[in-house]
Ligand binder design. Sequence first.
Ligand SMILES: *Cc1c(COP(=O)(O)O)cnc(C)c1O
Length: 467
Amino acid sequence: MNKKNILSDLPSVDEILKSDTGLAWQRIYPRPYVTRAIREEIQMQREAILNGTEKVFSLNDAMDRIKRRIEDLSGFSLKSCINATGVVLHTNLGRSVLSPEVLKHVADVACGYSNLEYDLEEGTRGERKAHIKQLLKEITGAEDGIIVNNNAAAVMVCLSELARGKEVIVSRGELVEIGGSFRIPDIMASSGAILREVGTTNKTHCRDFEKALNENTALLLKIHQSNFRMVGFTGEVTINEMVALGKKHNRAVMFDLGSGCLVDLKPYGVHIEPTVQEIVKAGVDVVTFSGDKLFGGPQAGVIVGKKALIDRIGKNPIMRAIRIDKMTLAAFEATLKFYIDENIAKEKIPTLAMLLQEPDKIKARAKKIAKALKRKISGDIAGVSVIEDVSQSGGGALAEVQFETFAVAITPAGISVNELEMRLRKGNPPVISRIKEGQLRLDARTIRDDEIPRLVVAVSSAVSAAC
Ligand SMILES: *Cc1c(COP(=O)(O)O)cnc(C)c1O
């Protein structure tokens, strides 16, 4: 057949649109996507025929490809993924996971009207920050609290209100960069505060702070080093020392905690840092932390502390630019409510529940996944086994904590481990895994039970499909 003959086999866009399949697509998908997918496919076929790479035209194959194109076009860019990395707080995978109960409350509030800024008692204008104030006070023990868009914004507004044009003393060892380009010196500069570094990289003493104090000092700032650790000959000024120094010189003390943990994880062998309650109790004037790290809620920045200071911060004009929306507020209040009873928090907040899981439970889940995979994948296509492993369960405060875990180890026969990792990542749903010791590992810690069926289908088709 010559090129001209093959070209004449190509249907027109209109013919496909009017076919039974074409009409069926238009009932399910937006018409512009259907038209575009057909047009693009025909165009591609025409070019392939003209340059000789395509010798025959198969309508069936073309229709399959058009369907895939329409599905790609109709799908979302931001979509749910299966996290098989074992990293519970994974910044690139959306940090904390919200519980269905929290989401139900968000839907209740967002699908209709709400009392977001309406005082139901008085029938007058109300304040959005009023909804979580009382609960934040009760749970953290602080005199007052507000929330903003994220912790970076929280730090920014605090510095701007408390130290614009004035000096903020910070230990050199705490001038860190936190993932996603949050750099303390830069935040400080954009807030209008003047950074006054003291001490050395590895050691800072209380006397370094005291020497730097002058009439232009507004704030003594402590910053959690997050995923950065110093070992060896090191020394930092403790919270108690800073609070004592602040009191002595009548200066406010602020602590950017980053993660901010509200339940004591020491009984579980996780020795990361004091809880927010302990830091508040120590007398720190302003404490900031993220809503979507260990707290386990939506993206937010929490500011708690002394009433007089929180009042001032709440009135800063920047607040209007970084205020949270009603969906975040609903998710935050619903998450915060779980903390009324620590045992409920540990059970209902997915971040905490995943971190505190018994290794036996993780092992049982890994076995369940492996068993289901073995039913679908024969031994000559890939080896599947359950293996004891360790997972780094999160960035930030958890970066150096190693958790005992169990993973499903897969060794494909026909394709490389890297190829399998890529296919899973690009699949539907995307599965994010890790490679260790030449095996693909699916860490069962972060896989939800209800995700297992989809995971099994994704893995077995990725491992079996030809190159
Ligand atoms: C994570 C972190 C931040 C930034 O918090 P976001 O909520 O991501 O804006 C700031 N400071 C510290 C110490 C952190 O760990």
